[in-house]
Design a protein around this ligand. Structure first.
Ligand SMILES: [Zn+2]
Length: 184
């Protein structure tokens, strides 16, 4: 179901950028953690989603079957990937990473998708929670929303999940016809 993305889309102007349908907010957040610019808007209508993707050159990720019947998607004018329903957020991410052969990139802000820039520790003395300030030496600020981040346990959990997915994919290379995810 849906249209295979044009292979040239990935070669032009850097990594793929995405726009997720109204049901896939969790996937958008995980894609950002994996380093991808993934847009998401609560309650966005299909028409608006498609028009936005067309205008911005983003690939649509959606679990909405009827959306794939639209001519712009059928013709490949707008790239789109159908995300099977009833997958967990992490399995959705695994599916996308596998289908599009996405390498993991430096993480983006999971909240807004902004790029992260490292900031010197001495500049966050007043802002960082005392425990994080004591335990971490490196801090980053989101260039989009300004949120301060550090490699606490939450970050480490997310990173280890992502690395696990990356490792699974590497071990599958050369075995691309193995087919469906276990347990699906
Ligand atoms: Zn942000």
């Amino acid at each position: 179901m849906g249209t295979r993305p044009k292979s040239s889309a990935a070669d032009e102007g850097g990594p793929l950028r995405f726009t997720c349908d109204a049901m896939l907010g969790g996937l958008a957040r995980w894609l950002r953690a994996a380093g991808y610019d993934a847009q998401f808007q609560y309650g966005i209508a299909d028409g608006e989603l498609v028009a936005g993707a067309d205008a911005s050159g983003r690939m649509i990720l959606s679990s909405d079957g009827p959306l794939f019947e639209r001519n712009v998607i059928k013709s490949g004018t707008v790239a789109a990937l159908f995300i099977p329903r009833q997958l967990s957020k992490l399995d959705q991410l695994r599916f996308v990473v596998r289908e599009l052969k996405l390498p993991l990139l430096p993480p983006r802000c999971m909240g807004c998708g902004g790029e992260l820039g490292e900031v010197p520790k001495h500049t966050v003395t007043a802002e960082a929670p005392p425990l994080a300030f004591r335990n971490c030496d490196r801090f980053w600020r989101c260039k989009g929303c300004g949120k301060l981040l550090w490699r606490g346990t939450h970050w480490q959990k997310i990173t280890s999940r992502l690395e696990q997915i990356g490792a699974e994919l590497q071990s599958e290379e050369g075995n691309e016809d193995l087919g469906q995810e276990k347990g699906c």
